[in-house]
Design a protein around this ligand. Sequence first.
Ligand code: WT7
Length: 651
Amino acid sequence: MTVQIDHALEEIRRFRPSPEFAAQAVADERLYEAAAADRLGFWADQARELLQWEKPFTRTLDWSNPPFAKWFDDGELNVAVNCLDRHVAAGNGDRVALHWEGEPGDSRDITYAELTDEVKRAANVLEGLGVGEGDRVAIYLPMIPEAVVSMLAVARIGAVHSVVFGGFSADSLASRIDDAEASLVITADGGYRKGKVFPLKPVVDEALGKTEKGTVQNVLVVRRGENEIAWDDARDQWWHETVSAAQAEHTARGFGAEHPLFILYTSGTTGKPKGILHTSGGYLTQAAFTHKNVFDLHPETDVYWCTADVGWVTGHSYVVYGPLANGATQVLYEGTPDTPHPGRWWEIVEKYKVSILYTAPTAIRSFMKLGRRIPQEFNLRSLRLLGSVGEPINPEAWIWYRHVIGGGSIPVVDTWWQTETGAIMISALPGVTDLKPGSAQVPIPGISIDILSDDGTPVEGEGGGLLVVTEPWPSMLRGIWGDPERFKETYWEKFGDKYFAGDGARRDEDGDIWLLGRVDDVMNVSGHRLSTAEIESSLVAHPWTAEAAVVGASDETTGQAVVAFVILKASQAEQVTDVAEAADELRRHVAAQIGAIARPRQVFIVNELPKTRSGKIMRRLLRDLAEGREVGDTTTLADTSIMQVISAQVR
Ligand code: WT7
């Protein structure tokens, strides 16, 4: 594995925080000093300060059995109480927790007191359905308040949620349900997307027909889309009939800090998604700490909006757990940015006077394409901080975001982290750190990052290599569900006791870190992680396919796009007369098998794939083709003339 450092040195610009911003900033230079002086003491202080413990912890970190970390492990807390009840008890029950905006334009404001009641009712229903401590609950919902309520109700009773993004297919849902052996699924009839209702309950029905383990006892269904659905009286229950009728009294108890909170599946380098496991006390500490300090949260006055879906880790840490632990007021939006008109997001910012906006570079770039006239029709002056996550934000998009959306002078923070890290790891602290467009910049206080060359030697000063986390951190993954070996192999085998993130990175002359993308066979499409192997095995599962190779080709809007090269079976070649139609059929097939986000941008039907003498596909050469570049060094190919044949078929 080698890293290419072809990152063109952008003109490095730096932005000092404005004196007005710095004067009111939540973060403070002293956070860095405290963490540097006593890293574990710093995190222990944060955990005590930010959270309410039912039983205080006395041990901060147990790293006696790496890579299995335990944080605050003799302490006890209830995650839902930290996100809800304690804010009500502190007299903030009337504060709006969620300004929910449905895609068709319906909306609901939900206060902390109301949200707490609803979560207590839902917790009673879950317990009534026999869900208990440690049981897994799959959640397959649109971006409606019930998604937040479900996650917190599961957490409240010490069960474990596995949220599956509503865009995933029945197959993907079935394999996740089986892997976690979920006993309950919470879903909706349907949700709104691009002006239409997309069905969810029918997908759950199909998935349950496909599960092999048959662990699911009940399905709890929120009515949202009002689309027609099938009903199984023995298994299905309406949310509005059970939860609304349930008692709003529910006494929560504390669970150990290392009690599992959720499993979230993400793509790896093999065909099988990994169930990333997060636990309670350390996760919530770092989610709350970063949400407060990276987004400069003033909970009494700010209106925060993170546009991520709860189906991704960003939705877990920065829609549900971080903001609610901090008592923030936030916007939750169900739909797509351009429905019913391309200014929809900016209309929402204006309507709720959003002050902090957290989104992905892919969204920013698609707004750039539409032009500044659209956001300029709205009053965006409430915005005072912007955040970015999911992939590197190119300096041009950073500047556009700051100028056109942010009015020219507000901070933009680029936050690097992963499903596995649970919370932000690298980011400027607004008001403290000078900002540099294009760079994620510096580890947050209490996090130790390094860049290593392939053989494990640290890169001193300026230079590029592989990004690692050198010390355990509170919100780190605790494992891969049911697969401790894969956990060790994937993240810890390469550099021993250092966590290998899978990203390439470069340190510049100021010590700022620039992320260079994945160094493994993982793609990043619109800030979402996709596995080349998973899409390849989906393609090969199609009866027409003999062989397939998938690459992530750079794409102006989505960062990377899925491009597939497929060899058809000789037996099929005669039946498939129209190549374009075959390519379309394969694209549809992948979308149906995995989900629409995995649908290849292009499928090229070819007769050969470039392979080394040992039979390994050289994806690098296919990437050259997909990106329209001159094909690179072919000397290690078994047949060096093969690329000419393939290029001719791709044109
Ligand atoms: C991968 C993690 C973290 C939530 C969303 C994605 C890439 C993420 C950045 C950033 C450059 C980034 C990395 C990472 N990534 N944020 N600010 N700059 N790259 O979570 O699906 O777990 O993907 O996203 O490649 O490894 P994920």
